[in-house]
Design a protein around this ligand. Structure first.
Ligand SMILES: [Zn+2]
Length: 475
């Protein structure tokens, strides 16, 4: 029986205002080559200056993953020639990375597992090649954008475990607010290292799989590569150390290049950047300001607000939604708040592609809608309609409900008067009801609702009609 042994290298683009070594704007989707300067174009004589914010972000990431911080740490040049890299070397941390020796716990099928973090280093991104029929263009806007690369130990043993770890990692980075973490836009990129062996034998030769742009692709690539390696070994072959590219639509991987050895990159210390010293008080301060992460927050939301774990998981999968929920829940019925957010608001976000925190529906307004609904003055349906409208337009809730005549009649005297007259006018239906025709009850509810122009609370009409029929046997 073979066992797969997996490690991942995950790049996150840091969402700093400016690039890692210059003051060019760090922004996605701008016109080609409009965010460049002599530093990020690698022109002779241009001197890099480290972006303090990027270092702070890397520090946050390291402490959130339980790492030790290296002070000093240092940058090195990794030389290779590729047209999207203007310097002809990448500035990275090959020998003394900023953070090392971390550990992350994550949940798989209700069980807690953990994996070691080998290191986190800071480095700059390359530009982008744009291939079209007319040829290839190079866009250097991304050149010099700050990245952190998080490297795990080979301590993951299945596709499910790897994806669960990656989900936890993405959640932590997004809670820290240091990256957009969008795989489809490339702000989170995953490479998988995988080998297979029999548990009583030494580790096998590993291959690296690149080009994975979704968690689904990661899972498929792991399954595919595990099977491929086992088949090669079973047929008497040898696994080559190589980099492979996975095509998720075809479900196959192909060789991209045979693996370069470390020597090929001719690493040496970057002469233009001094070693970085990180003061102990800065580390302590960063650690004490780490946010409450999703797992802890789930447990707290369940305990403090009495919501289900399933709802708490959905709510905490986005820190801003969790903040929004707590703001709403502090102002109205807490379970109803969870219910509305999980069922209505997230759907509305998907439809409109607008995050609720960017919408017109403030926490106060949602709480107001829930409050009026809980008091029975509007129906559930009206409250949904209100949420819909208030999401897109800055309406005054009460004014809108009044203007549209959406308030329900909840006055029991008004309702009982209407029921009484309906019962008098429909004595034969009342007789049917007494003789066991249940459909007669719905008819009487319908007539009462009609009399009250559909504005009565159906719950109250039902309740009172039942009571009145019972108490008034001789009607
Ligand atoms: Zn620049």
């Amino acid at each position: 029986m073979y066992q797969a042994v997996i490690g991942v290298e995950v790049h996150f683009e840091l969402s700093t205002e400016t690039k890692l070594f210059c003051r060019c704007k760090n922004s996605f989707g701008e016109d080609e080559n409009t965010l460049c300067c002599p530093v990020c174009l690698g022109l002779p004589g241009a001197i890099p200056v480290i972006n303090k914010r990027a270092v702070e972000y890397a520090l946050k990431a390291g402490l959130a993953l339980g790492c030790r911080v290296n002070s000093p740490n240092r940058f090195d040049r990794k030389s290779y020639f590729y047209p999207d890299m203007p310097n002809e070397y990448q500035t990275t941390q090959a020998f003394i990375p900023i953070c090392v020796n971390g550990c992350v716990e994550f949940e798989v099928d209700g069980k807690i597992k953990s994996v070691g973090i080998h290191e986190i280093h800071l480095e700059d991104d390359a530009g982008k090649l744009i291939h079209s029929d007319g040829g290839t263009r190079i866009d250097y806007n991304r050149a010099g954008v700050p990245l952190i690369e998080i490297v795990t130990e080979p301590g993951l043993y299945s596709a499910d475990e790897t994806v669960a770890f990656l989900e936890e990692l993405r959640l932590r980075m997004s809670y820290l607010g240091i990256s957009d973490c969008k795989m489809q836009e490339g702000s989170m990129r995953v490479d998988v290292n995988l080998s297979v062996h029999k548990p009583d034998e030494p580790l096998g030769t590993r291959t690296e799989i690149k080009n994975l742009n979704s968690f689904r692709a990661v899972a498929n690539a792991i399954k595919n590569e595990t099977e491929r390696q086992i088949k090669v070994i079973e047929n008497g072959g040898v696994i080559e150390q190589e980099t492979r590219r996975f095509d998720d639509t075809k479900g196959v991987s192909t060789v991209m290049r045979s693996k370069e050895t470390r020597e090929d990159y001719r690493f040496f210390p970057e002469p233009n950047l001094p070693p970085m010293y990180i003061p102990v008080n800065k580390i302590d301060e960063t650690r004490s300001n780490l946010p409450e992460f999703a797992g802890d927050r789930q447990r707290r939301l369940c305990a403090d607000y009495g919501i289900s774990l399933a709802d708490a998981k959905i709510i905490t999968s986005d820190r801003l939604i969790a903040d929004y929920f707590e703001a709403v829940a502090s102002l109205c019925d807490q379970r109803e708040a969870a219910n509305r957010i999980v069922r209505d608001i997230l759907q509305k976000q998907n439809e409109t592609k607008i995050h609720v925190t960017q919408s017109c529906l403030t926490a106060e307004k949602l709480a107001e809608i829930i409050g009026i609904f809980m008091s029975g003055r509007i129906s559930r349906r009206t409250s949904r309609q209100l949420t819909d409208v208030a999401f897109c337009e800055p309406i005054d809730i009460i004014e809108y409900v009044e203007k549209k005549g959406l308030f329900q009649i909840v006055d029991e005297q008004v309702i009982s008067a209407a029921i009484e007259s309906i019962l008098c006018e429909n004595s034969s239906v009342v007789d049917d009801y007494k003789n066991g025709k249940t459909a007669a009850f719905s008819y009487l509810v319908g007539e009462t609702m009609k009399r009250l122009k559909g504005q009565a609370s159906p719950e109250i009409v039902n309740k009172m009609l039942g009571l009145m029929l019972k108490s008034n046997k001789n009607l």
